[in-house]
Design a protein around this ligand. Structure first.
Ligand code: ATP
Ligand code: MG
Length: 259
């Protein structure tokens, strides 16, 4: 199931350092939302607050609310491990477990969550997840080969298969194509387009064309200077952000006049 996210007045800290200040925004279900902005403005930091990965860093904490279909993920009664089961994540560098086979990689997240599944169910899940990630045809005859035997683009699709195998409500992607060639990048973008019918997707990207191609909404984050907190400058329909943004800072950034 795909879920909506509402963030209210979120401050994100590393110890005493306020990395991201006072963000409020909404992310629609079954859509793709892009986060753009210069390096260091807090895109990755903010993204990780959406599945409670931020707080695994010692001293890291947040203030404010992240609501998923109205439920506050930071409510003291909520188990962060359960949150991560509902909100999957794909990172910048494909990170399959190198010693695990392709099939084991797909199942890794499911097994981490201590779910016991039968051999038949496991095989079915491997196939459906690899199909979902557009990788099945390329690997169906070598499922027992190591994940590290795949190309970079295939490894990233394997990581997407691993993320969707847990059947998340939300998929977070932090620059998922930055280590990939243009062909693999387009394959991932096609996949994102397909996945959005089932998932709420948030993608961080430095590639403006990519944001314009894949997302319905775009949020622009910026930073006033080193040591200052990153802030959300504006969020709107992607076509509006790229054609007629409300803020000059956004215009400067998207037209390359930044810095
Ligand atoms: N583990 C950490 N401990 C302390 N500070 C951190 C940590 N990770 C990030 N930061 C700081 O938080 C701020 C935001 O970093 P973040 O990685 O979120 O930026 P970003 O927008 O994702 O940048 P990029 O586009 O380069 O990936 C930066 O000042 C960064 O140095
Ligand atoms: Mg980042």
């Amino acid at each position: 199931m795909s879920k909506r996210i509402d963030v209210n007045n979120l401050n994100v800290f590393y110890g005493s350092f306020l990395a991201v200040e006072d963000v409020s925004l909404s992310i629609e279900a079954k859509s793709v939302t892009a986060f753009i902005g210069p390096s260091g403005c807090g895109k990755s930091t903010f993204l990780r607050t959406l599945n409670r990965m931020h707080e695994v860093i010692p001293g890291a904490r947040v203030e404010g609310e992240v609501l998923m279909d109205g439920l506050n993920l930071y409510d003291p009664q909520i188990d962060p491990v359960a949150v991560r089961r509902h909100v999957g994540m794909v990172f910048q560098r494909p990170n399959p477990f190198p010693t695990m086979s392709i099939a084991e990689n797909v199942l890794a997240g499911v097994k981490l969550n201590n779910k016991r599944i039968s051999k038949g169910d496991a095989e079915e899940l491997v196939e459906s997840s690899l199909r979902g990630a557009n990788l099945w045809e390329e690997v169906k005859d070598r499922l027992d080969k190591p994940g590290s035997s795949l190309s970079g683009g295939q490894q990233q699709r394997l990581c997407i298969a691993r993320a969707i195998a847990i059947k998340p409500d939300v998929l977070l992607m932090d620059e998922p194509c930055s280590a990939l060639d243009p062909i693999s990048t387009l394959a991932i973008e096609d996949l994102i387009q397909e996945l959005k019918s089932e998932y709420t997707i948030v993608i961080v990207t430095h590639n403006m064309q990519q944001a314009a191609r894949v997302s319905e909404k775009t949020a622009f984050f910026n930073i006033a200077g080193t040591g200052k907190p990153g802030k959300l400058i504006e969020m709107d329909d992607t076509t509006t952000i790229f054609s007629a943004p409300a803020e000059k800072a956004t215009e400067d950034y998207i037209s390359g006049r930044f810095g």
